[in-house]
Design a protein. Structure first.
Length: 149
C-alpha cells in the first residue's frame, strides 16, 4: 500500500468567521445550516484542510451590553448545507460561556479559544451553535484559523 512518507504543510492560510444568530438546544449535531447551526469553515474541496482553532469573541453593538450565559458548540460535519443529523455532524467541543459586558469603556472582553489541530477531509465543515439565543445587540463571533493543502 502506497503511503505518504514526506511531511505536508498547508499551502494557503485561511481565516473565516460566522456569527451564530439563533439558538440551537441540541448537542447531537441536528439542525439546519444557516438557521440554527452555522457553517464557520469548509475544507478545501480537493485536498482537505488543517484547522488550528476556533476562537469565540463576544461583541455588542450598543455600549456596555451584557451577553447571555450560554453553551457554545463546535461540530465537525460532512455536510455543507441542508440539515445535518447525528449521523453526519459530530460534536467536537462544548464550551461554557459566561456573561460578559461587551463594548465596555474600561473592561475588555476575553475570547474563548477551542483548539482543533485536526486535518479535515475534502469538503468537510466546521459548524458552530449557541444554546441560548443572543441578547439584544450582542453575539458571539466564531473565527476559524486554518490552512488549505
Amino acid at each position: 500500500m502506497a503511503q505518504n512518507t514526506s511531511p505536508i504543510f498547508v499551502l494557503t492560510p485561511i481565516i473565516t468567521s460566522v456569527v451564530p444568530s439563533a439558538a440551537n438546544t441540541k448537542s447531537d449535531g441536528a439542525g439546519t445550516i444557516g438557521t440554527d447551526i452555522f457553517k464557520a469553515f469548509t475544507a478545501n474541496a480537493t485536498n482537505g484542510s488543517f484547522v488550528s482553532s476556533v476562537r469565540f469573541n463576544p461583541f455588542a453593538s450598543v455600549a456596555a451590553t451584557n451577553t447571555v450565559a450560554t453553551t457554545l458548540r463546535v461540530f465537525i460535519s460532512n455536510k455543507t448545507s441542508a440539515a445535518p443529523t447525528s449521523a453526519d455532524a459530530w460534536l467536537f467541543a462544548e464550551i461554557r460561556a459566561g456573561i460578559q459586558t461587551a463594548d465596555h469603556s474600561l473592561n475588555a472582553t476575553f475570547p474563548i479559544e477551542v483548539p482543533i489541530n485536526r486535518i479535515l477531509p475534502a469538503s468537510y465543515t466546521i459548524l458552530v451553535t449557541q444554546h441560548i439565543a443572543a441578547a439584544a445587540n450582542t453575539g458571539w463571533q466564531a473565527t476559524v484559523f486554518a490552512g488549505d493543502y
